[in-house]
Design a protein around this ligand. Structure first.
Ligand SMILES: Cc1ncc(COP(=O)(O)O)c(C=O)c1O
Length: 421
């Protein structure tokens, strides 16, 4: 990879340790500055991304990164963990308070690790598990043959209705009765609507299955009171701490006290070794931020922005799945504008609009997946969402030259620096 070897300017800011890094290893420091510039001069519409606060970044870059802390607070396999214990207890207490959960495990290194731990706590290899099929928006950990989940368990996929795009509840019920799964997983990488957790609980109870909610995407909205919580319904809730929640990259597991010990053992020592204490400290910071009124306002604005963006994309001619969104996430088929998903993504990338392709249920081609968490963190509102929809559709239709659109994108994002100095 090559990056421009500009000398970092005052505009680049410091982000704490970058100064020391710049003096010792200018080559790598320049890579970090280049990434920072990329993030602040292009439009971040990836539904799983966000801008963490400088406080979260400070915790990530702190000396807790040096600490080995296998085990749990008060029961570690290493010495010198008394400060690490305080950090982890803070993170656990804040997660429990934030989500009203009896137990929280904040050690999973990622969302996938959290799901792995949930399966390890509840299942045996070969057990049948019902989950949203991958072509309909299931995650790799929901039964992909390329992933441990598909290799070790017998996954049965449910889907979304071809007309409405909504989860096919009749199919969930019928498959559950026919296949008697040991666990049912609800949650998705691309479902723009609220999951009906009460419905899934009812079906799980009817067939004697555990209910696992993989709430990686909506958990930040849940924290801010902008989406329903799976905690009262699911036996285990898995989540990421990045995405809308705006913490460091990582995972967590929430459950009732009766499963606490099984979940803890499933994380360590069953699936992980030493906890990453700097990340756990950063999770504590993010949970603290998420408990504030400012975060609730942000979470509601994320949804308001997504609704406006979805409506304007539809008005521009894209086929928006389910006709809109309840969350931060939108999926859409750009084909009505004369371009398939993959071509659309690269054309938009040339214009500085960064987003993902995704599977479109009941379609051959891939669509576009976009989200409003990062742009909302930057301070953009509904006016900017209308401008984004116009720019995006113009590029896809070929009305706007991507290079010219790139200047419009730069002008827009420059008004909303993610890390103002
Ligand atoms: C529903 C769901 N589960 C699990 C994950 C995995 O998270 P990670 O990439 O941190 O392993 C994701 C990530 O996008 C997700 O959306």
């Amino acid at each position: 990879m090559s990056v421009t070897h500009d000398v970092p300017t005052a505009e680049d800011g410091d982000l704490g340790l970058l100064g020391a890094l710049g003096r010792q290893d200018p080559e790598l420091a320049e890579v970090l500055y280049a990434e920072r510039r990329r993030q602040s001069t292009t439009l971040q519409l990836i539904a799983a991304e966000n801008f963490t606060s400088p406080a979260v970044l400070a915790a990530l870059g702190s000396p807790l990164a040096n600490k080995y802390a296998e085990g749990y607070p008060g029961a570690r396999h290493h010495g010198g963990c008394e400060i690490a214990d305080v950090a982890e207890r803070l993170a656990v207490d804040r997660a429990r308070d934030l989500f009203g959960a009896e137990h929280a495990n904040v050690q999973p290194h990622s969302g996938s690790s959290a799901v792995l731990a949930a399966y390890a706590a509840l299942l045996r290899p070969g057990d049948t598990v019902l989950a949203l099929g991958l072509p309909h928006g299931g995650h790799l950990t929901h039964g992909s043959p390329a992933n441990f989940s598909g290799r070790w368990f017998d996954f049965v996929g449910y889907g979304v209705d071809a007309e409405t795009g909504l989860v096919d509840h009749d199919q969930v019920r019928a498959l559950s009765r026919a296949r008697r799964p040991k666990a049912i997983v609800c949650g998705s990488i691309a479902y723009p609507r609220h999951v009906d957790y009460a419905f899934f609980r009812e079906v799980a109870d009817e067939v004697g299955a555990y209910l696992i909610a993989d709430a990686a995407h909506p958990i930040g909205l849940v924290a801010g009171g902008a989406a329903p919580s799976p905690v009262p319904y699911a036996d285990i809730v898995c989540a990421t701490t990045h995405k809308v929640l705006r913490g460091p990259r990582g995972g967590m597991v929430l459950c009732g006290s009766e499963l606490a010990e099984r979940v803890d053992r499933a994380v360590f020592p069953f699936t992980q070794g030493g906890a990453q204490m700097h990340t756990i400290a950063a999770k504590a910071v993010a949970f603290g931020e998420a408990a504030t009124g400012a975060f609730a306002a942000y979470a509601h604005q994320v949804v308001a922005n997504a609704r406006v963006l979805a409506a304007h994309l539809a008005a521009e001619g894209l086929a928006v799945t389910t006709g809109g969104t309840d969350t931060h996430l939108i999926t859409a088929d750009p084909v009505p504008l004369g371009v398939d998903g993959r071509t659309a993504r690269s054309r938009l990338a040339a214009a500085g609009m960064v987003l993902d392709c995704c599977a479109l249920p009941h379609a051959d081609d891939r669509g576009l997946r976009l989200g409003t968490a990062a742009v909302t963190t930057q301070g953009m509102g509904e006016r900017e969402m209308r401008a984004v929809a116009t720019l995006l559709a113009g590029v896809l239709r070929g009305d706007a030259d991507p290079v010219a659109a790139r200047d419009d994108v730069r002008a827009l994002v420059t008004e909303f620096p993610p890390y103002p100095d």
